[in-house]
Design a protein around this ligand. Sequence first.
Ligand SMILES: Cc1cc2nc3c(=O)[nH]c(=O)nc-3n(C[C@H](O)[C@H](O)[C@H](O)COP(=O)(O)OP(=O)(O)OC[C@H]3O[C@@H](n4cnc5c(N)ncnc54)[C@H](O)[C@@H]3O)c2cc1C
Length: 472
Amino acid sequence: MKNYKIDSRRIREITTHAYLPVEESLQFKTDGSCIVYWMSREQRIQDNWALLSALDESQKRNVNVIIAFTLVPQFLDATIRQFDFMLKGISEAQMTAHSLGIPFHFFLEKDPAKAIVSFANSVNAGAVFTDFDPLKIKLKWKHEAALSLRCPFYEVDAHNIIPARFISQKTEFAAYTLRPKVHRLLPEFMTAFPIITPMKSKATLPDVFDVQNILKKVKVRKDVQPVSTFTPGTSAALQHLDAFIKQKLDHYHVKRNDPNAGYVSDMSPWLHFGNISAQTIALQIQSSKKDKESIDGYIEELIVRKELADNYCLYTSDYDNFNGFHAWAQTSLNAHRSDERSYLYSQQQFEHANTHDPLWNAAQMEMINTGKMHGYMRMYWAKKILEWTHSPEEAQAIAIYLNDTYELDGRDPNGYTGIAWSIGGVHDRAWFERPVFGKIRYMNANGCKSKFDVKKYISIHSTENKGDSLFP
Ligand SMILES: Cc1cc2nc3c(=O)[nH]c(=O)nc-3n(C[C@H](O)[C@H](O)[C@H](O)COP(=O)(O)OP(=O)(O)OC[C@H]3O[C@@H](n4cnc5c(N)ncnc54)[C@H](O)[C@@H]3O)c2cc1C
């Protein structure tokens, strides 16, 4: 990695009270002996601006970079399904780091901020770098670490192609307000990644961690089993992307709303765990010489929609509750609180796919069995939860619980935003008023019938295919 200038607009200094832009050169504790990269959301080695920034600074200071990952034994509603996927991906990242001579330390700790501070002190870090994540829990960890670290602390946005804190300083109203900024700035940020080559240093490499041993120690639901539909890690992500571009991208524009067709990219689990960078995907998609409408449609989802979700969560701390909805949506949903619901289901009935609607049940089963529901069905699925619960608050809480428990890509800004869009009209406009929904956009099974073969979808994801271990 030589002569590469990292764009400082990706980097913020984390202080105890703010994320400050970096105007000039980065700071380093005078007697520091290394740089620590606290890896979190971006679980990969190559094409990772956070690691690249740490390496760039380490070369200027003539010190080593050490990667540290602090795993918590419990995280939101994640189960053994997501921990299994994540740990296998991190294990690959650790081996890649070691093959390049970069030490990668792994810790299982209840308090990640305490763990990183203690590690940074023990190796006498001159600076700590971490990656960007707008979720509240991650911001809390960073704040706690900032209170105790004895060296400069930097955050690098390695997730968004255009850094979220740079592109906008407020909650964007909708895609149409973010899109022009994205298209204006994209050429500046869509640069090729420098490749990390083996380090000359003789850094001591720690033992590799044992995935199965860690899986035994985490304190999560074990009945939601790992799925074989997705292979964890960066190599699998790159292989999958290559196959998608070669075999499916040309049809994306026309077939992406048909859940039976299989023409979406299915990249979201790897994107969620940072096994692959959206910028890597975008660069490959744009240079693919495939159908222009498909390329443009894909870039709209991968960049505009995805980065809009990070924007929403970054500037709306109520991204997971009713207060995060627009005023018009809150007023409208409030006006329909006492409307009669045709059906009412408990969280357990939803979870067990026990509603009267075979299409909704099939969507729930697709998520349970494969770890990923098709994007078109996610909208129908969430809107029906609004229709069949006592209140929008209950609907949102159930949708988040199910999404975060069963989806591999759950616990993600895209999920909180997608649910807020479906149930609370976030990033959407007011529609014609109707019972229960008020002015929130409505969806019904007839809409689905006009898009795809509903009977076929139901037969593929029938409730008869319930796994043995779940809901006996
Ligand atoms: C109720 C609901 C819940 C959702 N939950 C999640 C979730 O937990 N995690 C998640 O990653 N996405 C979620 N989404 C957004 C979207 O449905 C998924 O990103 C998409 O289905 C992932 O499949 P794919 O990779 O095959 O998508 P593709 O169509 O191939 O798109 C490529 C990539 O673009 C991004 N993208 C696509 N659609 C959207 C969108 N609507 N909003 C933001 N980014 C998008 C994703 O990163 C996706 O991987 C949710 C949407 C709704 C309506």
